[in-house]
Ligand binder design. Structure first.
Ligand code: PLP
Length: 410
């Protein structure tokens, strides 16, 4: 008899984006001529940097010649990419990360989801709320989350609300936790932590022998100087934090797939008997056993993002999205709406007017202005009363959406 992992049966269906799609389709059927603008998607729209395209073409040609063909590569990533990562993302920021602390992968979704493989099931997990759903669902899958309660929360997960009331800065938990997921710049709120605010968490983790899983997928969007680019800028972080970075939003690799995870060698976990074990060693074992490396061609494309030309092209795209974010932020604020994020992030988090629910505001924007957002409640209970807009659309569509928002009448 095939016994299943029953934790999967606890997972509610992932209805958020299918519900949005259903509502948009119904609206389109009823109003076939409506020009709908989608500001809900978290996917990029600009193409890859030209430097990456050229590097990929060259790498493809290498694969056609027996002398330069590559088969299985090192699971942790080719030296050329790992060296570029260490130099540009760490050494250039005077951060001491070594090449054997970097693990190249096919995405931060996989890595933030898989990291739990090397962590005990009895750990108490804390998440910020609202949150990128992968952190919660992957803990449900292994049985670390408990049961879903009527209030929309999992019984064993500690929720750290991030709302306008606390300036989107999570408070330390009152009960002791062992694993803390932090994502900054944040998806979905678009907000950040300053170095001092992040230090509070690193200090907590050091004091409580806790682990911080720091998702930095939106690092490239940071514009303000007091926002850390890496958690390792904070003293003590190399003893308590794993950092996840991705080329997806940085350089348009959402469909191309390349990311990396840093697991410092100084980071220790513990056996139940209290014996120290290197998490770097465990992750290396897991990664080399369950993963066979990112394709050579793709790693060459990622490496090219760090060339002089590549850096210019990446920056131009990020600037384009950040300009969209500014247009949205300022346009909404001019209508008297409360807006957050969008300064160090492609996400704009809007407080719904007149105590509307997230879905109520979603329906209003779709039906009256033909704009699609993402209801904040879809990211967790504390997202109720908010809506997420993204800056990943085209400039023309962004401007058109903002001009429609001038007709908002609530
Ligand atoms: N982490 C966060 C917070 C994200 O928002 C996303 C994508 O939307 C990811 C990770 C996924 O990154 P990747 O494309 O590298 O899997």
């Amino acid at each position: 008899m095939i016994l299943i992992n029953e934790n999967y049966t606890k997972l509610p269906g992932s209805y958020l984006f299918s519900d949005i799609a259903r509502k948009v389709n119904e609206f389109k059927t009823a109003h076939p001529d409506a020009n709908i603008i989608r500001l809900g998607i978290g996917d990029v729209t600009k193409p890859l940097p030209q430097a990456s395209i050229e590097a990929m073409h060259k790498a493809v040609d290498e694969m056609a010649d027996a002398a330069t063909f590559r088969g299985y590569g090192p699971e942790q990533g080719y030296d050329f990419l790992v060296n570029a990562i260490v130099q540009n993302d760490y050494k250039d920021y005077r951060l001491d990360i070594s090449t054997d602390e970097v693990f190249v992968s096919d995405g931060s979704k996989s890595d933030t989801g898989n990291i739990g493989d090397i962590l005990g099931l009895d750990n108490i997990v804390a998440i910020t709320d609202p949150v990128y759903p992968v952190y919660v669902d992957t803990n449900v899958m292994v049985g670390r989350a408990g049961n879903l309660q009527d209030n929309g929360k999992w019984s064993k997960i500690v929720y750290l609300p991030c709302t306008a009331e606390n300036d989107f800065v999570p408070s330390l938990p009152t009960d002791k936790v062992d694993i803390i997921y932090l994502c900054y710049p944040n998806n979905p709120t678009g907000t950040t932590l300053t170095k001092d605010q992040l230090k509070v968490w690193v200090d907590y983790a050091v004091e409580n022998k806790a682990l911080i899983l720091f998702d930095s997928a939106y690092e490239a969007f940071i514009t303000e100087s007091d926002v850390p680019h890496s958690i390792y800028e904070i003293e003590g972080a190399k003893e308590v934090a794993i950092e996840f970075r991705s080329f997806s939003k940085t350089a348009g690799f959402t469909g191309t797939r390349c990311a990396y995870t840093v697991v410092p060698k100084t980071l220790m976990g513990y056996t139940k008997a209290g014996e120290k074990v290197s998490l770097n060693k465990l992750w290396n074992r897991r990664h080399t056993t369950k993963f066979n490396g990112v394709p050579y061609i793709i790693q060459r494309a990622a490496e090219a993002c760090y060339s002089t030309e590549g850096k210019k092209q990446v920056k131009a795209t990020i600037d384009y999205y950040l300009n969209n974010a500014k247009i949205i932020r300022e346009g909404l604020a001019a209508q008297g709406l409360q807006v957050y994020g969008g300064v160090n992030s492609p996400y704009i988090w809007v407080k719904t007017p007149d105590r509307m629910t997230s879905w109520g505001f979603f329906d209003y924007l779709l039906n009256e202005l033909n704009i699609v957002g993402t209801p904040g409640v879809g990211f967790g209970p504390s997202g109720e009363g908010y809506l997420r807009l993204t800056a990943f659309g085209t400039l023309d569509n962004t401007k058109e959406a903002v001009s429609r928002l001038k007709n908002i009448s609530l």
